[in-house]
Design a protein around this ligand. Structure first.
Ligand code: FE2
Ligand code: FE2
Length: 274
């Protein structure tokens, strides 16, 4: 089973840019086309929040159009740039999105790896929360299938990464979240977005990881007090592959590059030619 994780699309109304310079719609269209052409084809796509820049109905309508190139099921959760009600209305035909529930969280049970999709959105704020109701959902969802390998997906990372301005807007209830994960050994991975960079860290017995953005990246700035900047490094994605009873994850980048080229072993190579 191959899960393609995309995140932080920041789609805009047609003709408008993100942060005045990033053509997020074009970048999202390019990403979707690349995923549609992947061989082998991912079984599902998971988009871990910040689907749009401002949560506008026009942005979800644009995203709905862009999604048409993807033939596989697409599962989404909101980020801080989304508006829950507009997302639920604009993407109502995506699985589990419709229904007008208080939170857009759900489980996906029909694949070899189970997904627990969390909603960490706090309307009007950049940081993420798992209030008692959402923590109870997570606990109950994991208790329901203790034997099945599971990925938990959420927008806000539940760990500090050292990029200060992003750490200030991460998940507030990291301790409570980690305590729940620790009780459920079937959780293999926690996949996140929000930080617009590929980052991973241990979390209880599992690995927590952040995928790069489909659009702009956050500058890798680990100095205390470093300003909040983004940078147009290559956008990317992650493929989480369930194979031989474990989850192996690859990070790829979108865009066109020279190659691929075959390896041609130099006669002076000290190893043995394959
Ligand atoms: Fe984002
Ligand atoms: Fe975000």
């Amino acid at each position: 089973m191959i899960l393609c994780q995309l995140t932080d699309l920041h789609v805009r109304p047609p003709g408008r840019l993100s942060n005045t310079v990033v053509d997020t719609n074009a970048l999202t269209a390019r990403a979707f086309q690349a995923v549609a052409a992947m061989t082998p084809r991912p079984d599902i796509v998971v988009i871990t929040g910040d689907l749009t820049e401002c949560g506008l109905a026009a942005e979800y309508a644009e995203l709905r159009e862009l999604l048409r190139v993807l033939a596989m099921p697409v599962f989404v959760i909101p980020g801080n740039h989304d508006r829950r009600e507009n997302l639920q209305a604009g993407l109502a035909d995506l699985p589990h999105v419709a229904g007008g529930l208080a939170f857009l969280h759900y489980t996906v049970d029909e694949y070899p790896v189970r997904l627990v999709m969390l909603d960490t959105l706090v309307p009007g704020h950049g940081h993420g929360e798992l209030c008692p109701e959402r923590l109870a959902f997570l606990e109950a969802a994991l208790a329901a299938e203790p034997q099945k390998p599971t990925i938990v997906a959420m927008h806000h990372p539940p760990f500090l990464c050292g990029i200060e301005h992003m750490d200030r807007i991460n998940l507030r209830e990291a301790a409570e979240f980690t305590a729940i994960i620790a009780r459920h050994r079937q959780v293999a991975r926690i996949i996140c977005g929000h930080h617009h960079r590929p980052i991973n860290a241990p979390l209880a017995h599992a690995i927590a990881s952040i995928a790069p953005s489909v659009a702009h990246q956050v500058e890798l700035a680990l100095s205390p007090g470093a300003p909040a900047n983004f940078i147009l490094e290559p956008p990317g994605y992650q493929l989480h592959c369930w194979q031989d009873g474990q989850l192996v994850s690859h990070t790829g980048v979108f865009g066109r590059y020279d190659g691929p080229f075959p390896f041609i072993t130099d006669p002076d190579y000290p190893g043995k030619a394959a």
